[in-house]
Design a protein. Structure first.
Length: 90
């Protein structure tokens, strides 16, 4: 996989055919104390004036509006994986 490619996979979920998009990084991970808040509007860990805290919240709402799911797996010090699952044909 090159630097500018995203892994895509397809399959059948419990509700029918799905497409899965996973985006991973090798950053510091998300602290457990923040994990349950990251999809809330205006939540940010950035200093004042450096982030609105809307990116993940908007992404979550868009995916849900299309009948999908947005999930995160993370390990502090090892990075995170965000997975989007959307029903085919949405």
């Amino acid at each position: 996989m090159t630097k500018n490619q995203l892994p895509l996979s397809g399959g059948r979920g419990s509700d029918g055919p799905m497409v899965t998009i996973s985006i991973s990084d090798n950053g510091p991970g998300i602290p457990k104390s923040a994990l349950d808040k990251i999809f809330q509007p205006f939540f940010t860990t950035k200093p004042t004036g450096q982030g609105t805290g809307l990116g993940l919240s908007l992404s979550y709402d868009i995916v849900k509006a299309h009948g999908g799911e947005l999930k995160v797996e993370t390990k502090e010090g090892e990075g995170s994986v965000f997975t989007i699952q959307l029903p085919l044909g949405s």
